[in-house]
Design a protein around this ligand. Structure first.
Ligand code: COA
Length: 391
């Protein structure tokens, strides 16, 4: 395990969400990353505008002044969420609608931590004496979870209806009493369950690649919907063709065909059998339009163009960011490129300074390249050109 993977993520915090597009996209991603929950409670996989529904769901006679949606963040990554309505069903009660962690984060004490943070927030509301939660009987594990955290059945049961496939049992706990214990030392649990496995993109993995990028279900651009049509086709397209004229379906078909005939290479990172990252790194002759698209002069070569590689894109699925996946991709790709006879690799990190926008980092960070043995070749206005010799 490399340095980054063993490093704890940033602090665990609860942030009140305000409905900004980036937050909504991250929330949607977290909800979609809990398919077993949706299967258990609705009988179907997660689908539709789940984040929007969580944000807008309101109890009868309540206003949005009493509705709170929080994201649980590990550092900058949203990994869980919860929504609460204050003063429902009576003035002195608050009801937790859903409390959920993305599946890769379940079963490590983080549900307990999230509940502790939510209970602290509710305890600050002087008019609330009781916290309430409803649990579908088909979600048996959740019932165990709430009981462990001190919630007790009230005897109320809401019968199964059109959206729920089973009855819902109501549990309550006095607010501020017996707070869930959480002392915040979570770093050991925040490591990845397993190291990412890096695989070269080959025709047999075409479906994995496409699924990662698919707008509806893939996670690649869940926080950056404007780019969701890309399928990493951008650098294959000559500048004479108007990129805006190509639809998601055009790009998907083009990439599927390229992968199938070996005219598109790169590397996929898998964690627990799921694609969590993509690195577009391939021989320069496979990306003849990349310098045109980068809008810089081609770098000088001491070898044949087919012996030089370029790195033009990293994409890490939002819940997996800051967990060493990019480093694993780069470190895994370099020896594989060398084994194909490539003699050097160039990369083009943006001068993104303190920006946290994904769009400012998709070429990979300069610090990552330097720590993996790249040297600065030249400075451009918006990017630094770096190179590593592989032989
Ligand atoms: C329910 C959920 C929030 C629990 O979070 P978690 O991080 O997995 O739970 P924790 O690791 O903090 O577990 C806390 C305790 O509950 C127990 N627990 C949690 N999930 C359990 C399960 N499915 N079955 C049995 N026990 C469970 C744990 O063993 C632990 O007990 P311990 O303290 O005695 O060791 C999480 O699994 C989730 O997001 N599920 C999908 C959404 C959902 O069902 N939400 C509840 C409906 S509102």
């Amino acid at each position: 395990m490399d340095r980054d993977q063993s490093r704890p993520l940033g602090p665990l915090t609860l942030r009140l969400l305000t409905g900004k597009p980036a937050e909504m996209a991250a929330l949607q991603c977290v909800l979609e990353a809990a398919p077993a929950y949706y299967q258990a409670v609705t009988g179907a996989p997660p689908r539709g505008a789940l984040a929007q529904s969580m944000f807008t769901a309101l109890a009868p006679d309540k206003t949005y002044d009493d509705k709170f949606v929080w994201g649980l963040y590990a550092g900058d990554a949203m990994i869980g969420c919860t929504d609460v309505i204050r003063g429902y069903p009576t003035r002195t009660k608050a009801v937790i609608g859903l409390l959920l962690l993305a599946e890769p984060w379940q079963g490590r004490g983080l549900g307990r931590a999230l509940t502790a943070l939510v209970e602290q927030a509710i305890a600050a509301w002087a008019d609330i004496a009781t916290v309430r939660v409803g649990v579908a009987t088909s979600n048996a594990g959740a019932l165990v979870f709430w009981r462990k955290l001190g919630y007790v059945e009230t005897g109320e049961v809401k019968r199964a209806g059109s959206e729920l496939i089973s009855d819902v049992i109501v549990l309550e706990k006095p607010s501020g009493s017996d707070p869930v214990f959480f002392h915040g030392s979570l770093s050991p649990e925040l490591k990845m369950r397993s190291d990412p496995i890096v695989k070269p993109l080959v025709p047999a993995l075409s479906a994995d690649f496409l699924r990662f990028f698919d707008h509806e279900r893939g996670s690649a651009f869940s926080d950056n919907p404007e780019w969701a049509k890309c399928y990493c086709h951008f650098y294959q397209v000559p500048r004479e063709i108007d990129w805006a004229s190509l639809s998601a379906q055009d790009n998907r078909v083009a990439m599927q065909s390229r992968i199938e005939v070996g005219a598109m290479q790169g590397f996929l990172a898998y964690c627990d059998d799921e694609v969590v990252g993509w690195l577009n790194a391939q021989a320069r002759h496979l990306l003849p339009h990349c310098f045109g698209r980068l809008r810089i002069a081609p770098t000088p070569l001491p070898c044949e163009p087919f012996e030089a590689a370029v790195i033009v894109c990293f994409i890490i699925s939002p819940p997996w960011r800051r967990r060493g996946v990019a480093r694993a991709l780069l470190a895994g790709a370099l020896p594989l490129l060398a084994s194909r006879g490539l003699k050097l690799v160039d990369a083009f990190p943006f001068k993104s300074r303190a920006s946290e926008l994904p769009a400012d980092h998709y070429h990979g960070p300069l610090s990552l390249f330097l720590s993996e043995g790249f040297s600065i070749l030249r400075e451009e206005e918006s990017m630094t050109v770096v190179r590593k010799l592989l032989t």
